[in-house]
Ligand binder design. Structure first.
Ligand SMILES: CC(=O)SCCNC(=O)CCNC(=O)[C@H](O)C(C)(C)COP(=O)(O)OP(=O)(O)OC[C@H]1O[C@@H](n2cnc3c(N)ncnc32)[C@H](O)[C@@H]1OP(=O)(O)O
Ligand SMILES: O=C([O-])CC(=O)C(=O)O
Length: 381
């Protein structure tokens, strides 16, 4: 095959692979819109479930549509005892993202597969995934501590209930509100790696649980959603604000990446990082300071003159971990929490992909051997 005429774009940088009406990013101005609404306004005025509805169905819900959507999600939050029993067999030392990927995929065993022409099947899959993913994450957290998962509480909102299932305590309403705003901020981001993965999987017309499981696996990587966990490890390694400059010098000298910095789309500070930093500050005022925040600010201040000219600034993962840490959430749950939120974007892209589907099947530029003769085993060197 003659591949001389093909031009390789590593990482598909700048290559459009679909039309989409879900999300718009202006990476030079630091603007992010979901279905035309700014992230600043949504994170102030909306709730996560309302934002999820907007992303998936395309318009803000009416009061009745929102009430029905919230009630449906509430009714489907419980897990089958078989899913819980399966999760009890997972190794307690395993990463919660792997537990989530396996549990999300297992839903395909329980609910009829591939009826993707049926609007009811699509609606029910959307509800189930949004409802059950938080319960799976909270269940794994308790199971790995040797406890039984606790049941969701119907008198609590989506975010309050998740924090309750995770910590077994009812949370301060301000903490639950901040958490809900974090979910809004992480819900969608155009053709990032996990969403692309979801769309590729969707394009084969497989079931939505496989679509979401494949996206969860992609989100877990440290170059993508997994960076939020690594940022805290990095800040703890730096230890004090005074050490930030020498840490940065070494990283630049050794060409190692500063976690939570850099983005394919943004050439300025990620607008979500700006809001997350403010949310972290709100929590510190209410619940007490975190010394790692001083380290983070010092690292950012040192990095901007050095990395800023290359268009490398804090991304969404830089400040989110500090928010979750203040809420008492263990570090290895930061990326699963990203998935609670991003499932809204993945499902919106799943529906959009099905609306104008063609299977993804890109090309390659072959760099292997020319045709050659078989060498029998005894003649190989
Ligand atoms: C939710 C999310 O997924 S947000 C991103 C989360 N990931 C991280 O925070 C991990 C750290 N960041 C990165 O690895 C990258 O910036 C990515 C993966 C986010 C984007 O990657 P790409 O667009 O492919 O950029 P790429 O990795 O090619 O970097 C371009 C240049 O900037 C440098 N660079 C990019 N990010 C960083 C960073 N965080 N620290 C130091 N240098 C960086 C690269 O070394 C490279 O320099 P060079 O041209 O001198 O070789
Ligand atoms: O857009 C990207 O490449 C990564 C990102 O910020 C996200 O998925 O939220």
């Amino acid at each position: 095959m003659d591949s001389n005429k093909l031009i390789l774009k590593p990482g598909l940088e700048g290559v459009p692979v679909t039309n989409s009406s879900i999300c718009d990013i202006d990476g030079n101005k630091g603007k992010l819109l979901y279905r035309g609404y700014s992230i600043e306004e949504l994170s102030q005025k909306s709730s996560f479930l309302e934002t999820a509805y907007l992303l998936i169905w395309g318009e803000l819900p009416t009061a009745i549509q929102l009430r029905d959507f919230e009630q449906e999600v509430q009714m489907h939050r419980r897990l089958s005892f078989r899913v819980r029993d399966m999760m009890k067999c997972f190794p307690a030392t395993g990463h919660p993202m792997d537990a989530l990927q396996s549990s999300a995929a297992s839903l395909g065993l329980f609910y009829s597969r591939r009826a993707i022409d049926d609007p009811n099947y699509i609606y029910n899959a959307v509800i189930r995934l949004i409802a059950k993913i938080p319960t799976m994450i909270a269940a794994f957290q308790l199971i790995r501590k040797g406890q039984d998962p606790i049941q969701p509480r119907d008198d609590l909102t989506y975010s309050s209930n998740f924090l309750y299932m995770l910590t077994e305590k009812e949370q301060d309403p301000i903490a639950a509100k901040v958490f809900d705003r974090c979910l809004i901020l992480h819900a969608e981001h155009s053709l990032n790696a996990s969403t692309f993965s979801a769309r590729v999987t969707a394009s084969t017309l497989t079931d939505p649980y496989a679509v979401i499981a494949s996206a969860v696996g992609t989100l877990a990587g440290p170059l993508h959603g997994g960076a939020n966990e690594d940022v805290i490890a990095m800040l703890e390694e730096i230890k004090t604000p005074e050490n930030a400059a020498s840490f940065l010098d070494n990283a630049i000298k050794n060409k190692s990446k500063i976690m939570g910095f850099g983005h394919r789309e943004y050439k300025v500070k990620d607008p979500r990082a700006i809001i997350l930093q403010k949310l972290a500050e709100e929590l510190f005022i209410r619940f007490g300071a975190d010394e790692m925040y001083e380290v983070a600010k010092s690292l950012e201040a040192e990095a901007i003159p050095r990395l800023g000219p290359k268009g490398i600034f804090p991304n969404v993962d830089f400040y989110s971990g500090l928010v979750y840490r203040k809420l008492g959430i263990p570090r290895d749950l930061f990326t699963p929490i990203f998935a609670i939120s991003r499932v809204a974007g993945w499902l919106a892209h799943w529906r959009e992909q099905l609306g104008a589907n063609r299977i993804f099947r890109p090309s390659q530029i072959y760099t292997g051997s020319a045709p050659r003769d078989w060498i029998s085993l005894e003649n190989r060197k």
